[in-house]
Design a protein around this ligand. Structure first.
Ligand code: HEC
Length: 133
């Protein structure tokens, strides 16, 4: 093998490695966080069940996020920045991608306002237990 060939092969190998690294860093969209689960009262437990059925596929069972949606246990979603109205609105009409890179959140049509009230009770309890107030 000539010296030139060795150099060319080395350059190709380095650029392939670079592309693989770039792609894997672009794909690692999950921003999931560790969540401490508090003990929950009856309303919060009802909210947890509704959350698992309707929100967890994107936001995670503990609201800690997945590779499809952000953690709601996050400083962005503290009550001062995203009051309860943001929850009613996100569920009723969805929300456009703005804080993250997961795409838009679609409306969740299967549940009503009372359900969302219980979900909020659950999410706020988990947020408080993780220092987000
Ligand atoms: C198909 C995935 C998906 C599902 C299901 C989903 N969400 Fe979301 N949600 C998202 C994404 C993605 C965002 C982040 C949008 C952004 O800011 O970039 C988001 C953002 C939010 C926000 C912040 C809204 C705002 O004003 O910024 C709230 C609150 C929320 N979700 C609550 C819920 C609740 C409650 C449920 C279940 C009833 C739910 N989501 C189900 C994907 C989802």
């Amino acid at each position: 093998m000539s010296k030139t060939n060795v150099i060319i092969i080395a350059l190709v190998a380095i650029s392939v490695a670079g592309i693989v690294w770039w792609q894997s860093s672009a794909d690692s969209a999950s921003q999931a966080v560790e969540v401490n689960m508090p003990s929950l009262d009856a309303t919060q437990t009802a909210g947890q069940k509704l959350f698992e059925a309707n929100c967890a596929s994107c936001h995670g069972v503990t609201a800690g996020g997945t590779d499809k949606g952000p953690p709601l246990v996050h400083i962005y979603y503290e009550p001062n920045h995203h009051p309860d109205a943001a929850f009613y609105s996100a569920v009723a009409i969805g929300t456009r991608q703005h804080h993250w890179k997961f795409g838009n959140m679609p409306a969740v049509k299967e549940i009503n306002q009372d359900d969302v009230t219980k979900i909020i009770a659950f999410v706020r309890a988990v947020q408080r237990a993780n220092g987000i107030k």
